[in-house]
Write a protein that binds this ligand. Structure first.
Ligand SMILES: Cc1cc2nc3c(=O)[nH]c(=O)nc-3n(C[C@H](O)[C@H](O)[C@H](O)COP(=O)(O)O)c2cc1C
Length: 355
């Protein structure tokens, strides 16, 4: 079958038994997010801005603005511009180590953002209460069962469990293992979304059947027509296979860096010299550890910008997950959502026929 025929078949399955089952399995997720399909467009720095975010929400998914290294003023504008493009709910992703986190929380509160996603480690004291106090629902990343339990105890409203197949900054454990460790004991207590390595709706169906209320995808949305990424960035995605999405290596044990998954290129090699440079500053006592880690994060933000915005896919960072091998062409966001939904419904229908 050609990919066109497979896609058509999946779209036809978007009606019927499988479709109804998919709706039921996603109900907690769609009620929580306030959208039609519990498909979160994972925030991607420089990429998840007004155009892609509104397109995902308008297509029935849930778009999330990536605040990344934005200043509070820039975030303010981005939220306002996104609102002009969609009247559906969307979220804002904030990085916990951002020096202006507190002001960014205020910006979200002023705009009455309905869902805030906190990424980049355990939320600092007070952040959870302030976000929840603004009336927003708080979603956090849980990289291990113990942390997931801790986050639930601290009042977090929902969790994303993201495995190391994902693009961007990653933890050490695969999505399939995290899902088996975290969904059975916690899925009844809190809505859990699974992320990392998802490129086909059949897998979405599998995680839903294990108790997830929805999923989060990043890589799969990069080659959307509505995504502002440079044509060279999208071309690199379309050409790449899963094995090209490699992880950065920590070269100095004194400087713990969070691994990043990105396409193999010259930049992945120059990250080693950046680490050496920052480790030397640490040695000479010229920076503290927190500042050293912030410098590494600024490095990534700059490298990602060079690739996404300027199209420099050799000396910039082409962050991508392993599901990049399933990105074969540019598509509209609505098409991507329809395809994922159709594939998931088809998988559920097959299981109900044979099961
Ligand atoms: C280019 C790129 C940039 C990303 N930037 C961020 C970010 O700023 N904040 C964040 O929480 N996650 C970030 N992510 C992770 C995504 O939100 C999402 O969880 C991930 O892409 C899901 O895995 P997948 O790529 O296998 O679909 C990024 C991912 C990519 C590919």
């Amino acid at each position: 079958m050609t990919s066109e025929v497979v896609r058509e078949a999946a779209m036809v399955a978007a009606e019927g038994v499988g479709h109804d089952r998919l709706k039921r399995l996603m109900k907690r997720g769609t009620d929580f997010l306030g959208c039609e399909w519990a498909l979160l467009g994972g925030a991607m720095s420089w990429i998840s801005e007004r155009n892609l975010v509104s397109a995902i929400s308008n297509a029935g998914g849930f778009g999330v603005i990536a605040c990344g290294a934005m200043t509070p003023d820039l975030l303010d504008t981005e939220i306002a511009e996104t609102r002009l493009r969609t009247d559906r709910p969307f979220g804002v992703n904030l990085i916990t180590m951002h020096p202006a986190l507190s002001d960014l929380i205020d910006v979200c509160a002023r705009h009455e953002v309905s869902h805030v996603v906190l990424a980049g480690g355990l939320p600092p004291g007070g952040a959870i209460d302030r976000i929840k106090g603004s009336g927003a629902r708080l979603i956090c990343f849980a990289p291990a069962l113990a942390l997931a339990k801790k986050l639930v105890r601290s009042g977090v409203d929902a969790l994303v469990i993201e495995g190391m197949e994902a693009g961007g900054h990653i933890g050490p454990v695969s999505t399939s293992v995290l899902a088996q460790e975290i969904l059975p004991p916690l899925a009844a207590d809190v809505p859990i979304f699974v992320a990392g390595g998802i490129g086909h709706g059949g897998l979405v169906a599998g995680y839903l059947e294990m108790g997830a209320v929805g999923v989060q995808l990043g890589t799969r949305f990069v080659c959307a027509h509505e995504c502002i990424a440079h044509p060279a960035f999208k071309k690199a995605f379309i050409r790449a296979s899963a094995r090209d999405a490699i992880t950065s290596v920590q070269i100095d044990p004194r400087l713990p860096v969070i691994p990043v998954r990105a396409l193999r290129n010259r930049e992945m090699e120059s990250f080693a010299s950046k680490q050496r440079e920052v480790a030397d500053l640490l040695d000479r006592g010229e920076v503290e550890m927190a500042e050293a880690q912030l410098q590494i994060e600024h490095y990534w933000a700059g490298a990602l910008r060079r690739a996404v915005i300027e199209g420099d896919v050799e000396t910039g960072s082409v962050m991508a997950g392993q599901s990049v091998g399933m990105v074969k062409e540019e598509q509209g966001v609505a098409d991507i959502v329809r395809q994922l939904v159709g594939e998931a419904a088809q998988a559920l229908e097959r299981r109900s026929v044979h099961g």
